[in-house]
Design a protein around this ligand. Structure first.
Ligand code: SF4
Length: 67
């Protein structure tokens, strides 16, 4: 299973929140945080595009080992 994370290098540009509010929302400090951690297979390509275009290089997709 793959999970979405936002690192603290986020600069709060808002791109990910504007483009994909299913997965991202602003926290109280105005930076992005993950709203839905588990990635739907259908959304993966669009998320990979966001990983590339995030100016803070803050969005990561991590492989999570099944317990
Ligand atoms: S696109 Fe990147 S820098 Fe911009 S708000 Fe989202 S995580 Fe932060």
């Amino acid at each position: 299973m793959e999970k979405l994370k936002v690192k603290d290098t986020c600069i709060g540009c808002g791109l990910c929140v504007a483009q994909f509010d299913k997965y991202f929302e602003f926290n109280d400090e105005g930076f992005s945080q993950v709203k839905q951690e588990v990635i739907d297979e259908n959304d993966k390509n669009e998320l990979l595009g966001l990983v590339e275009s995030c100016p803070g290089e803050a969005i990561v997709i991590e492989e999570e080992k099944e317990a």
